[in-house]
Structure formats: structure tokens, C-alpha cells
Design a protein around this ligand. Sequence first.
Ligand code: FA5
Length: 357
Amino acid sequence: MGNVIAVDSISKLVTDARKEIQGARSSAELDQLETKILGKRSLLAMAHRELGELDLEQRKEHGRQLHEARQAIEKIIEDKRADVSKREREQRLIAERVDLSEVITDEVRSTIGRGKLHVVTQTCDTLVDVFVGMGFVVEEGPEAETDWYNFEALNMPPAHPARSMWDTFYLELGEPESVVLRTHTSPVQIRLMEEAARKSSLPIHAVMPGRCYRTETPDARHLAVFHQIEGLVVDEAITFGDLAGTIETFTRAYFGDGIHSRLRPSYFPFTEPSAEFEITCTICRGDGCRTCSGTGWIELGGCGLVDPAVFDAVGIDSEEWSGFAFGFGIDRCAQMHYQIADMRSLTENDLRFMRRF
Ligand code: FA5
């Protein structure tokens, strides 16, 4: 019978294996034992290989016994592994336990880096605070928008040339309606006005911060994913003077003394008249420098009086109500406020840069 393990030794093999396996203290040790007992070079595997030397009857009987032994050992290993894993997990939980009552002294604190909010989030929070202080409420809308909200209700029917002002990411094209990643926060205006018309809950005084997307190649003043804050006021007898006054009040409150705003005629399909609003360049404080191309002014956003066509689209009577809207870049604001030369630094997650704010 060559070297084939004797039948009565098979049960001893299982007994010995059980003893060894029971003694294992870790998953790693168990893995090693599994290879030793069941692997290619194990006694069991050798015995299997030598079965061919036996006659048919013996081979059958011996083969069955070896198979049962292997199954028994596998089961012992499986049970032990469950046991060991459970123990290892308990030990890990104990090791990783955080003592929430532990007192951290200033000395210890100064040695550990503490996380903080991203500078764009900080800027957004401050902008919102300023507007809330001026009596605005804060609203939000979805980032994936239908064509209706992003374009059509904003007085841009399909094929309107002004659509090309916004390089658009399309999520779904066509039927029943295209879905886009919003190119600006202006669709939230439409949602608010529709809701107010439905619930007869005018007037509206709201700001709407959020993320926007454009298929633009990032450069020092543009990102493909950026943030805007939209403002909307719908009330009785709103004038362009109300808009200009709101923007100037905000500019002084946020940027501080010496920084002013000015409005320059512009075009947006959803406002009439429309303007771009600019603030005193925070780098040269109006003297003229490279950043502001020598003009002393930097463009922050667009604004205007709500176009009656937009009121019609959302079901608000433009004879009774009037309003203004504005929208500007939060990243652009952060760039101006902290004098960040290249806007792309905001997305590169370089800790040396992030720690400045
Ligand atoms: C708009 O997006 C209009 N929805 C603004 C508006 C709202 C007009 C309400 C009238 C009434 P515009 O495309 O110009 O307009 O963008 C406004 C501001 O968003 C820009 O001045 C800039 O500050 C910021 N912005 C625009 N594109 C980017 C970009 N790719 N990266 C960073 N900031 C951007």
C-alpha cells in the first residue's frame, strides 16, 4: 500500500488537526494551518495522490474515508474561523474606542491638525448670513434640472440663441424633455415663483445658493463645477433702484468699507432691463491692476428686473407684481475676498493652500 496513510490513522489525522486548529489564536495562524493540513503538500493530499496504488475496492473505501476526513477538518476550520474573527473584531473595537470624555489640552490640540470647512463653504455661509441679515430667506433647488426650468421658463425657448451663453452638460436628450446639470441657479427662481403662484404666497424675498455646471475649460477665473447664489424679490412696485440699493448694501456688508458696486447694461433673456454688476477690485481697491485689466472693477454677476415673460410662464400677474433677480459666483466672491490668484486652487485640495483659510 506504499506510503498511503493507513485507514486507522485517518481518524487520528482528524483528531490531531482538531487539536492544532483549536490552538490557533489568529486568522493568520489559521490560514497557515489550513495550508499545512489541507494544502497540496499535506498528508491528506499525499494520501489522495497515492490512492492510485490501491486496488479498486480499497481505493473506494480509502477514498471515501479521506473525503470524509477532509470535510470534517474543513468544518472544524470554518467554526474556528468564525470564532477567531469574532474575537478579533471585538479586540479591534476595543482598540479603536474613542474616549469622548477625554480632555484635550491646548498643548495636545496644537499638535493635531483640525479639519475645517472648505473656503467656498465658508464663503457661502457668510454670504447667506449677510442676506439673511437683510431679510432674505434661504431656498434650494435640484442640480439636475429639466430643460423647462433651466431654459424655457427663463424665456429661452428651444433654439433660442441665448442658450449658447451657457455651455451645458446634458444628462438626457430629448423626449419627453431634456435633463441638464443646471448651468446657473436661476431655475430655482422659477420653482419658487411657481410655488408662490400656486399657493398664493407672494411676496418673495429669497436667496438660493448652490452648485452649477458648465462644459468650460477651467482657467484662473472659471471652473466647470462652481457655485452661484441667486437672489429673487417679487413684490409690489419693485424698481431698478431697489435692485441697485440691495446690491450696494450687500457689497458693503460683505466686502467692507471702500468696496462699492456698479451696474453696467447687459443682456439676460429673463430680466429686462438687465445688468452686470461689478465691484471695486479688491486687489488694487479701484486704482487699476492686472487682475481687473486696469479698470478698477471686477464682474461678480448678473441681475435685472424680472421679465414679464417669466411672470407669464410661472403664472404670476405682471400687472400686479414686479421683481428683481440677481445671480453671482460664490467661488468668484471667495477669489475676490481672499485675493486668490487662480480659482483652480479651490479644487486642488492642496493642504498648504487650504490651511490659509
Ligand atoms: C448667470 O448665470 C445668470 N443666471 C445670472 C443672473 C441671475 C442674471 C439673475 C440675471 C438675473 P453668468 O453666466 O454671467 O449669469 O454668471 C454669473 C456669475 O457666475 C459670473 O459673473 C461669475 O461670477 C459666475 N460664474 C459663471 N461661470 C462661472 C464659471 N465657469 N466658474 C466660476 N464662476 C462662474
